[in-house]
Design a protein around this ligand. Structure first.
Ligand code: BYC
Length: 471
């Protein structure tokens, strides 16, 4: 199933046969392009970037690489091909045929899930919009833009669902996607992590490591949906998400490697004078991004999540591979709670613990990446390890919302927190230091001094390839 790029809106959903939908999307397209120009990557309008574009939705060989003028990137609507006789695989409707239209009784819940997902996509582009000015290399600049155009396409994916299946209120929601903005005090993005600043590259790598990984877990849960168009859309989005996490993981890895090299070379942990990012600072950034991302999973005990599951709208990670009844009426799961100032695990219904289960799987996956960072340190003979902070640390949603905790999970009073906060989270001075390193490097093959070069170039190209051309 190839994609026809002669269409004004490239798609594999037979848009030409649905005049009403086509008109609605063609009305939205100029607003989107205007948003991209005003809120997307700064000063990028004349750049030519070595981007990959989807040319087919088949498993292998869907991507085409070539230099593209950024505003000419072809955003379109791509769903993985339908699976014959697909069934709803969990919840009260388990075993019934998957829905091809919106189940009327669950319309508002489904819309809410799609709007929440959709809102994050343009938010991330807005958060990252100024990073191009301080890229550590052309290789990295290209990766940033690749991530950005794909987030833009993910917004198209959700807007397609809203416009195709939700009529007038869907169209209104689609418009509002471009009206809320990351960090806007009056009209912020829906989830807090998408209002935070991402204006240095260490934050960008942390974002793509931690926050895009939340994307992976949330999209995978939505890919299980009984609403088939949502499932098919998310399946295709997941193929792109993998690259975003690669950008994050390899980015942090290269920063850690450079820091380790400087520590060895100068025989000190204080590498700031030599233009490196010290491990304490990397740890603080990690503490911040991980804790903010844990909030993205919602509360440990959530009736919303239980309802989404029982309704068949949002499943668990790799639902069909789990060996249980997929209804969970009588099943239990352990979830943390605070009792007398101590964090303990208590049994709760597996249905209300759906968010918690996903957060746990996310944590295990994040830890695997952190272990790889620690392998780099080990390789340089450095004993110090990077760690994920405890789940109670710096939380704004759920059981730990109203307490303060250390990164190792000891509950502390507000005064101690205020006094010690800057030991655990980036201070203004830490941000200022990291920002002071962010000087643009735009000569092919050259790399900023605070980050090691990547192992290889993109799509077989050499490291000194002109991944971005300026005009
Ligand atoms: N911030 O029952 P609860 C991505 C609200 S990232 C603010 O625990 P629920 C990407 C909640 O709305 C993936 N509010 O929540 C990554 C509820 O409000 P009401 C994005 C929050 O609904 C990088 C109340 O608290 N996708 O794709 O079970 C770059 C009670 O909450 C937050 C999704 O998130 C919060 N963090 O779970 C680009 C998937 N958490 O009802 C893209 C869709 C909770 O009291 N969303 N609240 O007014 C969902 O599945 C769910 O909405 C959530 C929340 C998991 C987010």
């Amino acid at each position: 199933m190839n994609i026809d790029y002669n269409e004004r809106i490239p798609n594999n959903v037979d848009l030409a046969d649905d005049r009403r939908l086509l008109r609605a999307l063609e009305r939205w397209q100029p607003a989107y392009l205007k948003w991209w120009e005003e809120m997307g990557p700064v000063e990028s309008q004349d750049m030519e970037v070595y981007l990959r574009t989807a040319i087919s939705v088949q498993k292998d060989g869907w991507a085409n690489f070539g230099h593209v003028r950024m505003p000419d990137y072809r955003w379109g609507i791509f769903l993985t091909p339908p699976e014959a006789d697909r069934k709803i695989n969990f919840g009260a409707h388990k075993g019934e045929a998957a829905w091809q239209t919106v189940p009327g009784e669950y319309r508002s819940e489904l819309r809410r899930l799609i709007v929440t997902q959709g809102d994050t996509e343009p938010a991330s582009v807005e958060q990252q919009r100024a990073l191009g000015r301080s890229c550590p290399s052309l290789y990295d600049l290209r990766n940033l833009f690749q991530v950005n155009v794909e987030e833009g396409r993910h917004l198209w994916a959700m807007v397609y669902l809203l416009q195709a299946y939700f009529g007038r209120d869907g169209r209104e929601e689609a418009d509002e996607m471009l009206e809320r903005h990351a960090g806007d005090p009056d009209r912020p993005r829906i989830l807090q992590a998408f209002n935070e600043k991402t204006d240095d590259w260490l934050s960008f790598y942390m974002f793509t490591f931690f926050q895009d990984r939340d994307g992976k877990y949330q999209l995978a849960s939505l890919a299980e949906s009984g609403f088939d168009p949502l499932s098919r859309t998310c399946r295709f989005m997941l193929t792109e998400e993998a690259h975003h996490m690669f950008v994050g993981e390899s980015g942090i890895m290269r920063v850690v490697q450079r820091s380790a090299e400087l520590m060895r070379e100068h025989d000190t942990t204080d590498i700031r004078p030599f233009g490196g990012i010290d491990l304490d600072t990397i740890q603080k950034f990690m503490n911040f991004h991980f804790s903010v991302c844990l909030d993205l999973f919602g509360q440990e005990r959530s009736t919303n999540a239980a309802n989404y599951y029982s309704m068949g709208l949002k499943g668990r990670f790799q639902e069909t591979r789990i060996d249980d009844d997929h209804v969970l009426e009588n099943a239990v799961y352990l979830a943390p709670e605070l009792v007398d100032g101590k964090v303990i695990s208590t049994e709760t219904s597996a249905l209300t613990a759906i968010n918690e289960r996903l957060r746990r799987e996310y944590t295990v996956d994040s830890q695997r990446g952190v272990n790889r960072f620690n392998k780099v340190l080990e390789h340089f003979g450095i004993e110090r390890k990077l760690t994920l902070p405890h789940e109670a640390f710096n939380r704004a949603i759920g059981a730990f919302r109203s307490v303060e905790a250390t990164p190792t999970g000891d509950i502390i009073d507000g005064e101690t927190w205020s006094r010690r906060r800057d030991e655990w989270l980036p201070s203004e001075a830490d941000y200022a230091f990291v920002k002071s390193l962010m000087k643009p490097v735009t000569e092919p093959g050259k790399m900023a001094g605070w980050i090691a070069p990547p192992k290889r170039g993109i799509h077989g190209q050499p490291l000194d390839y002109d991944y971005v051309r300026f005009h």
